[in-house]
Design a protein around this ligand. Structure first.
Ligand code: HEM
Ligand SMILES: *[C@@H]1O[C@H](CO)[C@@H](O)[C@H](O)[C@H]1NC(C)=O
Ligand SMILES: *[C@@H]1O[C@H](CO)[C@@H](O)[C@H](O)[C@H]1NC(C)=O
Length: 505
């Protein structure tokens, strides 16, 4: 039984937990009379048990797999009870697009679960709603444009960082190594440059600690015990991961506090170095103008900065690692990428302008994101009002999971949904073609704020690395032996593996 297994594996005080659950079921049965029957129009789903809901049908370590199974039975809009919590699940390109894009406002709030509330207390961008969300999102987007995507600024930063990353890879001299540490240091440095205006040396312990904490949190947020905590918040005292996450967050907070204090000392209002400077300048402007309820306070600054690191590091790192693993696994595809890079840009450092001239490489990056499917369940949304979808009523304030995996692998949209096939993004003439069902960044008013930046990073790091190195399995390991089974956290990571980066000449 997945539920029991999860509990045992997560090191709960098992008897205490089961005792508590049993007690609640009994109390519930005693006090809940007959359930109200006004659910005629609501989406179908498996019958829930009292309190436990459909928990016994869910593999909490791979929730997206269980939900995909259920969608085969219940269709593209269905109800699942995560314990006492009702969730509407959306499956398939047409339905997800209709909800997120066509009904963008209606499906546009975030569901702030207990662990998400622990993260940001309702401030910042990812786990906030209302004015906090709209002001922080708008401000961050405009500053990402200034310091991040779009402008030369971040392109130069990424190009510089990709040279450092190459040097790191070279140090292994073609011997097998785990790509996760060097890649995450490089990606984290991009966010550092945008937020603080400077990068860290790869040897800096501060950088290592930041990356380690971000990685641990991402892994723990996806754990079974945290999902149980989201359903039954009173389990908190038993959930070790929750305490560990809160500790890591406290350390992150201290860390940014130190860095921001340093920035304040040398702040020049005429010349902001990064996002944090701009925020501090805006704070001063709102203070000077006598604005009473400014949202440009330290909490929003810390949590927004925290969001940019948390949402921007692990996701991009994971995707880039998938791309290198897939190249090692499919050497003929790697041949074609390298042939295209050599032919079109030769020895020059790749720049964003080159993307148009590298349709095959671009298709490989898109196909990596499609197959890697790193946020399979999406990030939970909440309805802002009663809304009708596919003839069903979804009530205001209901939690909604847009199952992105069912879009990225929708059998009606992709020729070979489950295999790596760059042809999905190429026409007969070998030109790049966009696909509507390509939705790794989700869609609508909550669409990933870092999409432009992430796409720039993936292109520049990938082409720069493929230009310099041939990626192969370790000696004695065949391509077939490279495992594409994901290791599950909040994002889907490649399982632990090593690759060789052999210098090309
Ligand atoms: C390959 C890389 C990335 C992927 C696959 C990815 C994916 C996603 C997804 C699926 C969401 C949820 C959107 C929704 O609610 O439907 C999201 C939100 C978000 N992402 Fe990304 N992301 C990536 C990189 C980044 C980067 C580099 C940044 C930072 C600059 C970033 C910042 C954010 C933020 C702030 C949100 C919350 C938006 C909101 O709630 O309004 N992401 N991302
Ligand atoms: C959104 O959906 C409604 C009703 O299904 C439809 O009338 C409308 O044209 C759609 N809008 C867009 C932009 O697709
Ligand atoms: C911003 O978020 C905080 C914390 O959740 C909340 O108390 C406050 O009311 C919010 N402010 C606005 C204007 O929505």
């Amino acid at each position: 039984m997945a539920f029991m297994e999860a509990i045992l594996l997560q090191g709960f005080s098992t008897s205490a937990l089961l005792g508590a659950l049993l007690l609640f079921v009994v109390v519930y049965l005693l006090f809940s009379g007959s359930r109200s029957q006004d659910e005629e129009q609501e989406p179908p789903g498996p019958k829930p048990l009292p309190l436990l809901g459909n928990l016994l049908m869910l593999d909490l370590k791979k929730v997206y797999v269980s939900l995909c199974e259920l969608s085969k039975q219940y269709g593209s809009v269905f109800t699942v009870h995560f314990g006492p919590k009702k969730v509407i699940v959306l499956a398939g390109y047409k339905t997800v697009k209709q909800a997120l894009v066509n009904l963008s406002e209606e499906f546009g709030d975030r569901d702030i679960t207990p662990i998400f509330h622990d993260f940001n207390k309702g401030f910042g961008i990812v786990f906030s709603n209302g004015e906090n969300w709209s002001q922080m999102r708008r401000f961050a987007l405009s500053k990402l444009r200034d310091f991040g995507m779009g402008k030369r600024g971040s392109e130069d930063k990424i190009i510089e960082e990709s040279m450092y990353l190459r040097e790191e890879f070279e140090k292994f001299e073609g011997k097998p190594f785990d790509t996760s540490l060097p890649v995450s240091l490089a990606i984290s440095n991009i966010i550092s440059s945008i937020v603080y205006g400077s990068r860290f040396e790869y040897s800096d312990p501060q950088l290592h600690e930041m990356v380690q904490r971000a990685y641990e949190n991402m892994k723990m947020v996806g754990s079974a015990s945290i999902q149980l905590y989201n359903m039954f918040p009173w389990l908190r005292p038993f959930v070790k991961n929750q305490k560990q996450i809160v500790n890591n967050l406290r350390d992150n907070y201290k860390e940014s506090e130190k860095l921001i204090k340093g920035l304040l000392k040398t702040l020049n209002p005429q010349d902001p170095r990064g996002f944090a400077d701009s925020f501090l300048i805006q704070q001063q402007i709102e203070k000077d103008s006598g604005k009473k309820a400014t949202l440009f306070h330290m909490q929003n600054l810390f949590y927004t900065v925290n969001n940019l690191f948390a949402a921007g590091t692990d996701t991009t790192t994971t995707t880039l690692r998938w791309s290198l693993l897939l190249m090692a696994k499919y050497p003929q595809i790697q041949d074609k990428v390298q042939e295209e890079i050599d032919r079109v840009i030769g020895e020059h450092q790749p720049v964003v302008e080159d993307r148009k001239k590298l349709p095959y490489t671009d298709a490989v990056i898109h196909e990596t994101q499609r197959l890697a499917n790193i946020v399979p369940t999406g990030v939970p949304r909440k309805t802002t009002c009663d809304v009708h979808l596919n003839g069903y009523l979804i009530k205001k304030g209901t939690s909604v999971f847009p199952l992105l995996v069912t879009v990225l692998k929708d059998e009606n949209e992709w020729e070979t949904p489950h295999t790596f096939n760059p042809g999905h993004f190429l026409n007969k003439q070998g030109q790049f073609v966009k696909k509507d069902a390509f939705m790794p960044f989700s869609a609508g008013r909550r669409v990933c704020l870092g999409e432009g930046l992430a796409r720039m990073e993936l292109f520049l790091f990938f082409t720069s690395l493929l230009q310099a190195f041939r990626f192969t399995p370790p000696p004695g390991v065949s391509e077939d032996d490279l495992d594409l089974t994901p290791s599950v956290g909040f994002t889907l990571n490649p399982s632990p593996h090593k690759l060789c980066a052999v210098k090309r000449s």
